[in-house]
Design a protein around this ligand. Sequence first.
Ligand code: GLN
Length: 331
Amino acid sequence: MVQGSANLNTEVNEKWLQEYIDSWVDFFKKQTVDGEVADYIPILARADQEALGISIIGKNGLTIRSGITEEKFTIQSISKVLTFIVACMERGLAYVLNRVDVEPTGEAFNSIMHLQISQPKKPFNPLVNSGALTVSSMLEGKTSDQKLETLFLLLEKIIGYRPELNIETYESERDTSMRNRAIGYYLLEGGYLESDLGITLETYFKQCSIEITIDDLARIGLVLSNDGFDPYTNEEIIPRAISRLAKAMMLTCGMYDASGKFAAYVGIPAKSGVSGGIMAVVPPRVREDDFPFLDGCGIGVYGPSLDKQGNSIAGIKLLKHIANQWDFSLF
Ligand code: GLN
């Protein structure tokens, strides 16, 4: 029998789903001890290692939240999906894809190796740092604030408020950024930066320092699940072709060098960040059984204890479990 199946519109079943999620969050919370919080900047090192929270928002408005749900945390690498979307909206797909490829690297997010060995030095994809810096350099505007304005407007449209920058995170990112600067120089050498290196880095550190919640991530995921349309107003927020490409990037490159395993064992587009956030997208599926969220949903996860690849250790296990129980996989 499918866990939490049948007549999902009834309050009784909403209660079941909530009970399942509560018990799974409780169970997987124990796995946070096997990971470590990021410690390269003080504010991340202060995160509660045992925290775990999830928000799932369905197309029909059904929302299931559990664990640590109110915490604000910095979006970090999840921002790479959003700046990629904005750059494609501002410049057009062809322009962006001419400067950033769509191939997974199998390397860590801040690897410099593939930039050294590939000829030309075109960044492999927009979700590793080399590609993300190239994308940030393409955003319209002269200053970093101008470059990020369209991103803020897009976020405001989706999550309903203008998020804030965490200044302490921004300053720490900036002051510990040797690797990103090195990547920036490689990109400059290859002719892939469209703006001054200093402005590009400033833009990137700021975008990583935007504060969000798991509900915000779930809402963005829901819009992507719905091919870029707001499911409630039917307004197109992200053009369909761009939304599809963003999901393809998430599926193949979104979980760093664990992306293949995540695609194989969880089977949905997702993007993680070093603060422990994960944004996941469950597109609509056709199934004979009455599984929850068949029309698709967006998921936000927060669990700052990270595994060796830098993904939320308990967050991944929780997602894998839910995806298996409720048949979320696209495959
Ligand atoms: N601020 C981080 C960096 O580039 C983002 C890393 C991440 O979330 N993986 O180093």
